[in-house]
Design a protein around this ligand. Structure first.
Ligand code: GDP
Ligand code: MN
Length: 387
């Protein structure tokens, strides 16, 4: 569960990490009022769950009321890489002497938390990691001992932080680690972590992902998952009790059972396709369940073709086919479906589908065949689409 910058900063502040004071607003009138409260100059910042807002024109300095109004009205409603801006954050602008980078995440292969720090902040950190890896300090932490002040100071020093702010950077790293640990975050990142001309160290940006499965331990964070920072289709799926995860591709994947769905994603990727989602229809095979799943998949406009992969066990393929036929009569999907039925009563299921002769539904006997078919269908549809 990703947080918006201002929500991340609220968590930071709770753990003693320095941030600028600000207000989240949704209209330019409110922005003007907020700016008066936090004091000029201010920075007007788009609140969307995607980086690179600055480059996209979603971060603007404003010296007075008319500039705040202008920037806020330009940024509200702006599309930043597919994310519409509904909220802007108005914060008192900082003077910047240096821009550093800091993050904490779990390094799964090392089975340890990883603290990263660089004095080359404010830029794309992947670039730093690639071109000048020696400038990105990577320090693994013993999860039982935690991050000590000595370690934090050593990270800041070896990373090349200015001598007079080593202690300030160490404080920031310790606080960032505390947020990561105590809030059950999977990632806490600050880019840039700035040094002001007064030599204060402060988080100018915040990227925080919380572990959704640990939210029950943090009732105060539950409200953060609401509203704008959730994909609307994912939210709908959650309300309907369906396992659905949005991905970035154009092939809808529907299967029964998480294991089967995951392997379907792999097989489609190997066939050269790119899944648009992860949808587990679970054990249900009745028309209602299938209708619900098909509707969710088709709610995503990016979907050009759908792979329906069923392995019958307790779930019988003939029941699934009946459900599918009933669902299709009502929904009449506009994109092609490839259906692979295997397992209990598969022959009967395929016979039912064939008899129903649903338009735009293609049967496949194996997973590989189904994947190849769906990738070809999605590909030909993107070729047809106007540029
Ligand atoms: P991102 O582009 O989405 O990572 O958004 P950031 O919050 O990191 O802001 C982008 C850039 O805007 C930062 O790297 C800073 O250079 C600049 N910026 C943001 N806030 C301020 C501020 O208060 N003062 C100044 N001078 N620049 C700022
Ligand atoms: Mn940033």
């Amino acid at each position: 569960m990703d947080l918006l910058e201002y929500q991340g900063k609220q968590l930071f502040a709770r753990h003693g990490l320095r941030v600028s004071s600000g207000r989240a607003v949704t209209s330019s009138e409110e922005a003007v009022q907020a700016a008066a409260e936090v004091g000029y100059p201010v920075v007007v910042k788009a609140q969307v769950l995607i980086g690179g807002r600055g480059k996209a024109g979603g971060v603007k300095l404003a010296a007075d009321e008319s500039e705040v109004r202008e920037h806020a009205s330009n940024i509200l409603g702006m599309d930043i890489h597919g994310h519409t801006v509904r909220t802007v954050w108005i914060e008192h602008a900082s003077d910047i002497a240096s821009e550093y980078y800091a993050s904490v995440l779990l390094d799964r292969s090392a089975k340890q938390p990883l603290v990263m720090f660089s004095v080359e902040g404010g830029v794309d950190i992947e670039e730093v990691a690639e071109q000048t890896p020696e400038k990105l300090i990577r320090h693994h932490v013993d999860p039982l001992a935690g991050l000590s002040r000595e370690e934090a100071v050593a990270i800041a020093t070896s990373g090349g932080a200015d001598a007079d702010v080593v202690e300030g950077v160490a404080d920031a790293l310790l606080a960032l680690y505390e947020v990561w640990l105590e809030e059950d975050a999977t990632l806490t990142e600050i880019n840039p972590l700035i040094v002001t001309p007064e030599r204060e160290v402060r988080a100018l940006d915040a990227k925080v992902s919380l572990d959704g499965n640990a939210l029950y331990r943090h009732p105060e964070n539950q409200a953060l998952s609401d509203a704008e920072n959730e994909d609307p289709i994912e939210r709908r799926a959650k309300e309907e009790g369906v396992q659905y995860v949005k991905l970035d591709g154009d092939i809808g994947i529907l299967g029964n059972g998480a294991g089967l769905v995951m392997s379907t994603l792999d097989v489609v990727a190997r066939a050269g396709g790119s899944p648009a989602n992860f949808l587990d229809a679970g054990g249900g095979s009745d028309a209602e369940k299938i209708k619900q799943a098909v509707r969710l998949i088709l709610a995503n406009d990016a979907v050009k073709a759908v792979l329906f992969n069923i392995f019958g066990g307790i779930t019988r393929c003939d029941e699934v086919a009946t459900g599918l036929i009933a669902a299709f009569e009502e929904i009449e999907p506009s994109v092609p479906f490839v259906v692979r039925l295997d397992g209990t009563n598969d022959a009967e299921g395929r016979r039912l589908l064939q008899e129903a002769a649903l338009p735009n539904v293609h049967a496949a006997a194996t997973m590989n065949e189904a994947a190849a078919k769906v990738v070809a269908l999605a590909g030909s549809r993107s070729a047809e689409a106007p540029a």
